[in-house]
Design a protein around this ligand. Structure first.
Ligand code: FES
Length: 111
């Protein structure tokens, strides 16, 4: 896994959803109930921008048709049969980092 710093995120404890570009990917960084999450920014249902959504009960809600995705895994709620990509995210010395699996990570883990 390769880790990338994500500048410009100020952690205040307030909930937020911020779209960033990391290694060419559109990713949303989500702060919700004192935890950080990182998901793909495009809704798999019909392509909506998920940074306009909101969080509720551990899920990200798409602003267009209100499909919902688990903040930790990106898995769609029952009946949706879809998912958004999820990424590792952590704080190092006050800065947010996103971890993206490389091609070789997938080869060796079989994901
Ligand atoms: S575009 Fe997101 S639920 Fe339809």
């Amino acid at each position: 896994m390769k880790w990338y710093p994500v500048p410009g995120i100020v952690l205040t404890g307030e909930p937020f959803i911020k779209k960033v570009k990391v290694s060419g990917k559109g990713i949303i960084i989500i702060g919700y109930e004192d935890k950080l999450y990182a998901l793909g920014s495009t809704c798999p249902h019909a392509g909506a921008e998920l940074s306009g959504g909101w969080c509720k009960e551990g899920k990200l809600i798409c602003p267009i048709h209100r499909y919902s995705y688990d903040l930790q895994t990106g898995k769609g709620s029952p009946g949706q049969n879809d998912y958004v990509d999820s990424y590792a995210v952590e704080i190092r010395a006050g800065e947010v980092y996103v971890g993206i699996e490389t091609f070789w990570d997938r080869v060796f883990t079989g994901k």
